[in-house]
Design a protein around this ligand. Structure first.
Ligand code: SF4
Ligand code: SF4
Ligand code: FES
Length: 224
C-alpha cells in the first residue's frame, strides 16, 4: 500500500478545499484512476471525479497531479502523489471541473463549417496534416490548466483549447470564416513568445493551432 493525497471540496456546499490522505494498493500498471476508483469503492463513495473510457479517448479524467495536468487513466500511480482538480478552471466538487461554461463560450464563434463554398477549385481531396492532428483533441481541457494567459470567466480571453477548436476549422478546406480574426478576439496576441501549450495526447497545439492562427503561417497548406 502507498499513501496519496486528494483534494476534497464542495464549493456549493461550503466545504473549502482540503487535502486528504488515502492508502491505496499499488502493483505493476497501477494508475491514478485505479487509485481513485479504489478510494471510491472502498471508503469514500462520495468522492467526485470523472471517469469514462479509461483508455485516453474521452478526455473526462483530466486532473492535476503534482502540479501538472494529466489524464488519470494513463498516469502511473506513485507514492506521495498529490491529486487536485485542474487549475484555472471552475471546480464543481472534489476533482470535478464545472464544464457548463464551455458551450456558451464557444457558441459565439460558429464552430461549424460555414456555408461559404469551397476555397479551392477543384477541391482538395487530401486532409491537411494539421487538421488530422487537431482532430484528435479529446477536449480534456488540460491545456487550459497549463496556459499562463487563460483566465476562466473572462469572455475576451481564450486558451489553447479554444485555439485548437478554431484551428480545426482554419485547416478545413470547406470553411470560409476568418478564424484568425476570432482568435484575435480571444487575445491570441498574448501567445507571442510563450509556447507553453501542453497536451497529454501529444497534439502539437502551438505549431498546428496557435502559430497559424496568430499569423505565423499565411497559407493553409496540405500535408506538411
Ligand atoms: S488539445 Fe490536448 S490538452 Fe487541449 S483539450 Fe485537446 S486533448 Fe486536451
Ligand atoms: S502559447 Fe498561448 S495558448 Fe499556448 S500556453 Fe502560451 S499563452 Fe497559452
Ligand atoms: S477516462 Fe477517458 S481519457 Fe481517461
Amino acid at each position: 500500500m502507498i499513501t496519496i493525497s486528494v483534494e476534497r471540496s464542495d464549493r456549493e456546499g461550503g466545504r473549502e478545499p482540503v487535502l486528504e490522505g488515502y492508502e491505496v494498493p499499488i502493483d505493476d500498471g497501477a494508475t491514478v484512476m485505479g487509485a481513485l476508483l479504489h478510494i471510491y469503492e472502498t471508503s469514500e463513495s462520495n468522492l467526485a471525479f470523472r471517469c469514462g473510457c479509461r483508455n485516453r479517448d474521452c478526455g473526462l479524467c483530466a486532473v492535476d497531479v503534482n502540479g501538472k495536468p494529466r489524464l488519470a487513466c494513463i498516469t502511473p500511480l506513485k507514492k506521495g502523489l498529490v491529486i487536485r482538480p485542474l487549475r484555472r478552471l471552475p471546480v464543481a466538487r472534489d476533482l470535478v471541473i464545472d464544464r457548463r461554461w464551455i458551450m456558451p463560450f464557444l457558441e459565439r464563434f460558429d464552430l461549424f463549417v460555414r456555408d461559404g463554398g469551397l476555397r479551392e477549385w477543384p477541391p482538395r481531396l487530401s486532409v491537411p496534416a494539421e487538421h488530422a492532428r487537431l482532430a484528435g483533441c479529446a477536449e480534456c481541457l488540460s491545456c487550459l490548466a497549463a496556459c499562463p494567459s487563460f483566465e476562466s470567466g473572462r469572455e475576451d480571453i481564450g486558451g489553447p483549447y479554444h485555439f485548437v477548436k478554431l484551428a480545426q476549422l482554419h485547416w478545413d478546406p470547406r470553411d470560409s470564416a476568418d478564424r484568425r480574426a476570432q482568435a484575435a478576439q480571444l487575445g491570441i496576441a498574448r501567445c507571442a513568445g510563450c509556447r507553453k501549450c501542453a497536451c497529454p495526447l501529444g497534439i502539437p497545439i502551438y505549431r498546428a493551432a496557435v502559430a497559424p492562427l496568430a499569423g505565423g503561417r499565411s497559407e493553409r497548406s496540405a500535408g506538411d
